[in-house]
Ligand binder design. Sequence first.
Ligand code: SER
Length: 590
Amino acid sequence: MQEGLGVRAFTTRELRDMFRDFFVSKDHVPLPSASLVPRNDPTLLLTGAGMVPFKPYYIGTAKPEYLRATTCQKCIRTLDIENVGMTSRHLTCFEMLGNFSFGDYFKKDAIIWAWEFVTTHLGLPEDKLWITIYLDDDEAFDIWNRIIGVPSERIVRLGKPDNFWEIGVGPCGPCSEIHVDRGESFGCGQPDCRVGCDCDRFMEIWNLVFIQFYCNEKGEYKLLERKGIDTGMGLERVAAVMQGASTVFDTDAFRPVTQAILDAAGLRGDPNPKQMTSLRIVADHARAVTFLIADGVLPANEGRGYVLRRLIRRAVRHGKLLGIQKPFMVDMADVVSSVFSHTYPELVMRKDHIHKVIGSEEQRFLERLDQGTTMLQDIVMELENKGSLTVPGSWAFKLYDTYGFPLELTREIAGESGMTVDEEGFLEAMEEQRERARASRHALGYMGGLSTAKAEALSGLDVEFIGYDTLTGESKITAIFAEGEPVGHISSGQDGEVVLDRTPFYAEAGGQVGDSGDIVGEGFRARVNNTVRLSDSVIAHNVTVVEGDLSVGDVANARVDEGMRSSTARNHTATHLLQAALRAVLGDHV
Ligand code: SER
């Protein structure tokens, strides 16, 4: 029993099971967590909520086999990364318990069941629970107030930022949250502290979203044909509340990880506040990177690979701040895997892969970190002597360019000495470098090795691709190259590259071969053997002239070989099918 709320200190694992069993008893199908890499969803980088795998069911673009489901979903959200370690409850990697209705039950059942679970099964005292609803959601108010009996003073109406849930393009709607009052000792002590305050007194544990709309790319809300329910209960937060833990990092699922970090650092006794922040950052990020790599994400300089790289680098740096001298992240990943292996077996199945990826990324970063940190410390000292509080953008860029120091890291290290970074200057330096790269690429030619004359000729060209709609098209010849140089015309028997103002020919890309076919006009015919891209905007046809002369300015008819295109398309589809099969058998990291 915990003092304060007087509830049973259920373990994280018990909570997961209780939630699932409860919703199974309400006819929900229990499903395993989906991958952190969203399937077929270009609008999302990572799975950040339990509803992500179900988006098509709400929108109606796919039909579910069941109308009710329940999951415990692994999630990554990096929006609040700066808050991790600073508060008692922010994480980048967390588990979300959820129950979902796809056009089946709606507000009333969702609210009744949520209340039943928190009061009867978790045993949370009713008078410590606060409810928030969307400003004008009188229907939700009536259910909470009249059916459940929550007094109106504990039902708070909040605006869009708090009580309207959306995920960019996708299903969305007003929501209602359950908060637990953990008592004054958790609070900020401000006279206006109440539900919605940023402090730790009122902990939001469960969000019930009433899915009613679809938000399109333009940000317009369209009413959905069938309403749905999407709920999300933060497992770490509930565990903290139930276990009487002052922060999520003090719960049973985190303790083995934080202990392993303290052991690696050789820290005895209570960490000081700075060490505590680093400890929590390492603990959170160690979980995040282990889960991400198990789901096939690899470190990279963009997209989700960059999220992973950034998390590894931050964890390694904070490990160093704690005094950890040797590489340690592989050991931390092992601790994470052992804590979660029963729920997420992929962590154990991909152990070797996780070791390899973390190990090599950590090693690479450690080498640069030492050099870069020394350099940055010198910079900071020099600036301090000059009485300046801003790291110039060009210096921050040099750290980025030479030592792989992401801007956030420079910002963070500079911030530790009370300095800021000239971020605009950083972006300008980055743009200047891009320009230089562009210029040298231009001089060299897009694919390397183009003659200056050809590069110049290309810079003035622009080709419209019309091949998604048609396989033939009327065009004008805008340039011809023979043996790498621009020429006015080519004749029968000669090979060359022909550029048209518009073309239905698909250029070789990403392993898919380019189209072949014919370019014909009055008195000439050229066989297109392949189609290639000479620059971002120029598609060229590698031709052999079969008949007559082709001259710049001629009107021509471009005809793609239909059989060839459909074989290419079939092969392309087959590749996708093969990849899907490989992923199903070998895993999402394929
Ligand atoms: N999608 C909502 C959230 O993430 C409820 O699951 O809070």
